[in-house]
Write a new protein. Structure first.
Length: 93
């Protein structure tokens, strides 16, 4: 339950950040109107009503590649000198 709540909080923060930074622009182009409700002793009916409409513009991200030269350091491995077959010991005890 905590993980779900944490994911929901992160999603809300990301959406708020996208809107605040201008990456997402949301405009209402049609307002909402509630339906007309008629109630009688035997039934309830609803007619009309309108859902709101929104226009959403999002920014774009362009991804590309280019060739470049990168200097990579060379690594040289040298075997230790002397008797390499002798095992290292710790005689400090």
């Amino acid at each position: 339950m905590r993980a779900l709540l944490a994911l929901l909080i992160i999603a809300v923060l990301l959406a708020a950040g996208a809107i605040a930074s201008g990456f997402v622009n949301i405009r209402a182009i049609r307002g909402a109107t509630p339906p007309t409700i008629t109630a009688t002793p035997k039934s309830v009916s609803a007619k009309g009503g309108q859902a709101p409409a929104f226009e959403v513009e999002t920014g774009s991200v362009k991804v590309g590649s280019k060739e470049t030269t990168v200097r990579v350091p060379t690594v040289q491995v040298q075997k230790p000198g002397g008797n390499s077959s002798a095992a290292a010991t710790n005689n400090s005890m």
